[in-house]
Design a protein around this ligand. Structure first.
Ligand SMILES: *Cc1c(COP(=O)(O)O)cnc(C)c1O
Length: 390
């Protein structure tokens, strides 16, 4: 008899094992830059990214984490790097070259925006078109004969815009382009881009997958031939390798991913509904709300709606700052997907602001709902609004 284990079981068991030396039932952190060579090392490939020789090429803890993440996304293989941006840059470096064209979401992580809008075109001749990827017609219009990659972020940071993974994968296949999805906001618990036809899934492990705000990492998951290319080109030669300690911390964090994602999603929906009902609130963007423009697509491709909300108050920038600084529980800090709720106000000077929906353009708040109770979070919002006379 055999059956495939469930997602929640994989979070606990894949990549773990008994340590041969001590019998410990958890794999230890191996903090070593290099590993003892075999007696005859003459035939070794010194840059083999799948053999543990030298930690820039791969470490033991990195290999275990790669096994676990590949299993969670249902991919053949995974490469783990030092940050989400290292993973994204690894994809672009490996699959784009001089004169090749990429189509990317115009709402995307700031480093992606800068890499594709500025550095890769200016320095290396990559052609990039940034479009609203929630609109399939805009993607089709942007296609060129040399389009090699379509990259989308869904839900998008910071607006929570949703792009239709299954439909975009059909477009990518029809033109023979690769399709990569930054699924950081969803985590592997809420959305499976590979099943929906994507070639590569990218995560900032710094966020929900680690979940505890104490380690940075990034990952790309997909077919072995594609991941091998990223490993041998971008990992070994660009050097953005993860520390074994961070890989170990993330391995520990991911154990509780399903429990955390349920809690983040349940609480975020309650908080979003509270904000939407408050007359001092100008708008709320949360994919779980019926008012979200792509709610139907989110419902189709996500299990729940995760923990990030964007909103703004009917107030000026100064009042927004006062509101943020009046919070007593929710912490003003960047990042998201941590155990504690994090909040950040961005004024109208964000370089991407013109790509955002109209209501964001005077400034907006990005709010990452933590694992505290919904009642405590809502109480904190209420008392801070009251201090601002709202
Ligand atoms: C944070 C984030 C990244 C970058 O990840 P780092 O680990 O900070 O490098 C990429 N994409 C999304 C959607 C993010 O939220």
């Amino acid at each position: 008899m055999s059956r495939e284990t469930s997602f929640i079981t994989k979070c606990i068991h894949v990549g773990n094992g008994v340590d041969k030396e001590t019998g410990s039932i958890r794999r230890p952190i191996t903090m070593a830059n290099c590993y003892r060579l075999p007696e005859d090392a003459s035939s070794i490939n010194w840059s083999d990214p799948n053999q543990i020789l030298y930690t820039r090429n791969t470490s033991a803890n990195q290999l275990y984490l790669q096994q676990r993440l590949a299993a969670l996304e249902g991919g053949e293989d995974c490469v783990v790097l030092a940050s989400g941006v290292a993973a994204l840059a690894g994809v672009f470096f490996t699959f784009l070259s001089n004169k090749s064209h990429v189509i990317c979401s115009n709402v995307s992580y700031i480093a992606v925006y800068r890499l594709l809008n500025q550095y890769l075109p200016d320095k290396y001749g990559v052609e990039a078109t940034l479009v609203d990827t929630s609109n399939l017609e805009e993607i089709k219009k942007a296609i060129r004969p040399n389009t090699k990659l379509i990259h989308v972020e869904t839900p998008g940071n910071p607006t929570t815009k949703i792009s239709d993974i299954a439909e975009i994968s059909k477009i990518a296949k029809s033109i023979g382009a690769l399709f990569s999805v930054d699924s950081t906001f969803a985590s592997p618990y809420l959305q499976h881009p590979l099943e929906l036809g994507a070639d590569l899934v990218v995560h900032s492990l710094t966020k929900y997958i680690n979940g505890h705000g104490d380690a940075m990492g990034g990952a790309v998951i997909g077919r072995k031939d594609l991941i091998d290319k990223i490993k041998s080109q971008a990992m070994v030669n660009l050097g953005g390798t993860i520390s074994p300690f961070n890989a170990w911390l993330i391995m520990r964090g991911v154990v509780t991913l399903p429990l955390r994602m349920k809690q983040h999603s349940d609480t975020a929906l309650k908080v979003a509904q509270y904000l939407e009902s408050n007359p001092s609130v100008k708008f709320v963007a949360y994919p779980g709300l019926k008012s979200h423009p792509q709610h139907a697509i989110a419902k189709k491709q996500m299990k729940m709606y995760s923990g990030v909300i964007a909103f703004a108050l009917k107030a000026d920038g100064k009042t927004h700052n006062k509101f943020i600084n009046s919070l007593e529980l929710i912490v003003p800090a960047v990042s998201l997907g941590h155990d504690e709720s994090l909040i950040v106000y961005t004024g109208p000077d964000d370089e991407r602001i013109n790509f955002y929906p109209e209501e964001f353009r005077d400034g907006y708040i990005r709010f990452s709902i933590g694992l505290e109770s919904a009642e405590d979070i809502i109480y904190d919002l209420k008392q801070a609004l009251e201090k601002c006379g709202l």
